[in-house]
Design a protein around this ligand. Structure first.
Ligand SMILES: *[C@@H]1O[C@H](CO)[C@@H](O)[C@H](O)[C@H]1NC(C)=O
Length: 441
């Protein structure tokens, strides 16, 4: 850590709804152990207002108690803000997001009538695709391909967004597979395809990964690893971290096999082992035994984290950056939505895709401990400032908004599309008291 904690129980936070007998709000205080705390809450019902009390001992801190004027809606409450500009402002979304500009620059116009025909013809047989239309803030879908289970992640973010804000009418295709699909180059006719992973050899429009998206939507729910929990579980202080480099994962790429071989040759320098064999034949004499999964939080007992591609980009990078170890990242053609904003030697230490300089880079980190620590800190700052839940919501909304503005024909609910239903919320139905945006401000 970079300074120190006053103790994880230094502050008590209580959230109540003044006009209710019970408040169904879960609260967590997360000690980041650098002198700062995160407090988060998840509401299971909607309230007219909330009173937030922050105390140390029996003394209120700063201007506590804070009154949050509402109505404040819980996550499942279907109550969209009509004026997206007001929502964008409340969310403090950036005006422009460079990766969105880069991706959409390949598509000066989008013709929904045309892509509705051409994309299924080109990819519908072989790939797992979802064709979505959002119309009047309702979500419609048609799926192509056999393996469409991952649509739940896309459905979930679209439903969550439409509960919060009025989305533009928009029609688009989502690739549910790992690999980006649009390999054509201009002046060929490019098709806009939304993917969770981009590459320098394709023209897919990249979105935050399903993993990161899910961890945002399920925060304080069924996922334990998310961008906030990870910040409170970063293990020993920098000085006390184990200086063996660390990696765990499955055998989804040849370079991962090379990494484990390297680890077996230099066990005091690298501790890399497989938790699963699936893609290659498991030869124990070469790759050692399969080891038990360890909690992601335990990764941060180690100072040097190796990030190496799997089938595509390794979707753990956001969490690795958010910790306080330094990340060594393999050079790669694959990227998530934020990689192009990262700078080598500032946010991570780069190493070659064939691993030929990995040992050398690890030695550099050991010889330049202060610099390595600063890189760890910059990476962490980047994650805190760019990869949290609000940033993910902003990214998706801006992406669909900007894409929608390129449409030259009307998005339509096509033959064979079905409506994606909002979740039932029988337990805590919500009444929408959303006032007009201008009254609210
Ligand atoms: C550091 O980690 C390595 C590999 O996991 C282990 O063999 C070694 O004993 C650890 N060192 C210390 C000082 O705990």
């Amino acid at each position: 850590r970079f300074t120190s904690s006053p103790g994880e129980n230094a502050f008590q936070v209580k959230i109540t709804a003044p006009e209710e007998q019970f408040t169904r709000v879960g609260v967590q205080v997360l000690d980041r152990k650098d002198g700062s705390f995160l407090v988060r809450y998840r509401m299971y019902a909607s309230y007219k207002s909330l009173r937030i009390e922050v105390k140390t001992g029996d003394k209120h801190v700063a201007k506590s108690p804070y009154i949050l004027k509402g109505p404040i809606y819980h996550e499942n409450c279907d109550c969209p803000q009509e004026e997206s500009s007001a929502w964008l402002e409340e969310m403090k979304c950036p005006q422009t997001i460079p990766q969105i500009q880069r991706d959409l620059a390949n598509f000066p116009i989008v013709d929904p009538d045309k892509i509705a025909k051409e994309i299924p013809q080109r990819f519908g047989q072989r790939q797992s695709l979802c064709h979505y239309t959002i119309k009047d803030n309702e979500v419609y879908i048609k799926t192509y391909g056999e393996h469409v289970g991952f649509r739940i992640f896309m459905d979930a973010i679209l439903l969550s967004l439409t509960r919060k804000v009025k989305m533009p009418d928009v029609e688009f295709f989502v690739n549910l597979g790992d690999w980006p699909l649009e390999k054509r180059k201009p002046p060929q006719n490019l098709h806009p395809i939304f993917s969770w992973c981009g590459s320098s050899e394709s023209k897919d429009i990249v979105m935050p990964t399903y993993d990161l998206t899910d961890s945002v939507l399920e925060t304080m729910g069924r996922v334990s690893l998310d961008m906030m929990s990870v910040q409170a579980n970063t293990g020993p202080l920098w000085e006390d971290k184990n200086t063996t480099a660390f990696w765990r994962g499955r055998d989804s790429r040849k370079e991962r096999l090379e990494l484990v071989k390297l680890s077996r040759k230099y066990p005091e320098i690298i501790d890399a082992a497989f938790t699963n064999f699936f893609f290659f034949k498991h030869d124990e004499s070469l790759y050692g035994p399969i080891v038990k999964h360890i909690s992601f939080f335990d990764f941060f007992k180690y100072k040097y984290q190796i990030n190496i591609d799997g089938t595509v980009a390794a979707y753990r990078l956001p969490y690795l950056l958010a910790g306080d170890s330094v990340v060594l990242k393999q050079d790669s053609i694959y990227y998530e939505h934020f990689y192009n904003e990262l700078q080598p030697w500032k946010h991570y230490i780069p190493f070659k895709s064939d691993l030929s300089d990995l040992l050398e880079k690890l030695q550099w980190a050991k010889d330049h401990d202060e610099e390595a620590k600063n890189i760890a800190k910059s990476g962490q700052e980047f994650a805190r400032n760019n990869l949290m839940g609000d940033h993910i919501f902003c990214y998706y909304f801006k992406l669909f908004q900007e894409y929608a503005s390129l449409q030259v024909s009307e998005p339509k609910i096509r033959d064979g599309m079905e409506k994606v239903q909002q979740p039932d919320d029988d337990l805590f139905p919500c009444t929408c008291h959303r006032k007009k945006a201008k009254d609210e401000l």
